[in-house]
Design a protein around this ligand. Structure first.
Ligand code: CS2
Ligand code: MG
Length: 403
């Protein structure tokens, strides 16, 4: 049996911080898992080093489910982003090992390919509608079938999703949280104008998406959904904070615009009512933050019987190790919807050599055994950790708000 002989946490910062767990076995086979939690990286590093790795040594790496149950039930203080990211990293590394020993790409162990490729969406953003449309045309020319549109809001100095450099959007922009200003009243009239211009410029044979990033009340979200119906968005995302899952009933009553939520969820319990009651159309939970492949399969199966499709988060702050594993999952999962694909920097891609490839709006995980992503430890060591926090938001009157 592939006994776990060692495990280490590798922290590297090739443009942004990434945390990677590497598990080694007596067979000489290793596996890696992403453990990156943007702005809270060192909490997961400590959780893995202090509370997880000592329990792994000597165990059978093939016993993925038993190790998952041990780490979940054994935590006592169940769930939460730090715990579930640590469990996710172990789970992903063990699936990587199992597939490598089997000599198969991971998707084969999950059930084989259900499609020829994984449709992805890119991020077009700009400080004005015109700038955003110009970016979107660039993505359309690159072959994307789906594009997320985020533009600046007149009267606000900055807003979510509008990056300084186009391809690489990194919100964790300072050691301590920078303070942004928000106004839903200023924001709400701008999105319909953005989508009207986008349909005018890009036509109808392309999926258009938008992320409201937790900033609306349910009735404001209903307003946005109704206003966008003429432009047929693929989805609007995180329209309101989802702690109160029942609040999505109110949104559902008013609009047919598809809803996506879940990138901040870390377990099935965060989404169970939303999925059971079909209050959403896409679930965005990720392998790195929702307990790994083993738990995400449970979420995907619950979603499948409730007409909810997957639409995994895939921002720059999820490492290539998460992207690689996600693509194997996406290739297999029957109720696949779409995969977010925010490109990584060339330095990041060098630190994480990977088998996945992009062509004509689709990603494919490749046929390498395992999830097809590794880490170059020597290169990783050249990029030391750099403290970085996500911003916070205040309303114009100074009230703390959602970022
Ligand atoms: C965003 C992310 O990609 C998305 O949909 O919500 O950019 C998110 O802001 C970051 O992942 C936070 O670290
Ligand atoms: Mg989002």
């Amino acid at each position: 049996m592939p006994k776990i002989t060692g495990a280490k946490v590798i922290v590297t910062c090739p443009g942004r911080n990434f945390v990677t767990l590497k598990i080694e076995t007596a067979d000489g086979v290793h596996g890696i898992g992403d453990a990156t939690l943007n702005g809270r990286e060192l909490s997961v590093v400590s959780y893995l080093n202090d509370h997880v790795i000592p329990c792994l040594i000597g165990r059978d790496a093939h016993q993925i489910e038993d190790i998952w149950q041990f780490l979940y039930r054994g935590a006592y203080w169940r769930r939460g982003p730090v715990t579930m990211s640590a469990i996710a990293a172990v789970d992903t590394a063990l699936w990587d090992i199992k597939a490598k020993i089997a000599g198969l790409p991971l998707y084969q162990l999950l059930g084989g390919a259900s499609r020829t490729g994984v449709m992805v969406y890119g991020h077009a953003n700009g400080s004005t509608v015109d700038e955003t449309i110009a970016e979107a045309l660039r993505y359309q020319a690159m072959g994307y079938k789906a594009i997320r549109l985020q533009s600046g809001v007149p009267g606000l100095p900055s807003t979510y999703g509008v990056s300084k450099d186009k391809l690489f959007y990194e919100p964790a922009d300072a050691a301590l949280p920078t303070e942004n200003v928000w106004s839903s009243a200023k924001y709400l009239p701008t999105v319909p104008k953005l989508f009207e211009a986008a349909r005018e410029a890009l036509g109808w044979d392309i999926h258009l998406l938008h992320d409201a990033h937790h900033r609306l009340t349910p009735i404001e979200a209903a307003r946005l959904g109704k206003d966008l119906e003429p432009y047929r968005p693929f989805w609007i995302e995180d329209v309101t904070p989802a702690e109160n899952q029942a609040s999505f009933r109110l949104i559902r009553q008013h609009t047919t615009t598809p809803l996506a939520v879940g990138e901040v969820f870390n377990s099935i319990w965060d989404a169970k009512q939303l999925i059971d009651e079909q209050l959403i159309d896409y679930i965005r939970t990720t392998i790195v933050h929702a307990g790994g492949i083993s738990h995400l399969r449970r979420i995907a199966h619950l979603a499948e019987i409730n007409n909810v499709r997957t639409g995994f988060h895939g921002a720059t702050d999820l490492s290539p190790a998460c992207m690689g594993a996600a693509l194997h999952f996406d290739l297999w999962v029957p109720n696949f919807g779409i995969q977010e694909y925010m490109r990584h920097t060339p330095e990041t891609d060098e630190v994480f050599p990977h088998a996945y490839t992009f062509a004509d709006g689709y990603l494919h995980p490749g046929e390498a055994p395992g999830h097809g992503v590794d880490i170059d430890e020597d290169l990783a060591a050249r990029y030391p950790y750099r403290p970085a926090s996500l911003p916070v938001n205040r309303l114009e009157d100074g009230s703390m708000y959602n970022w």
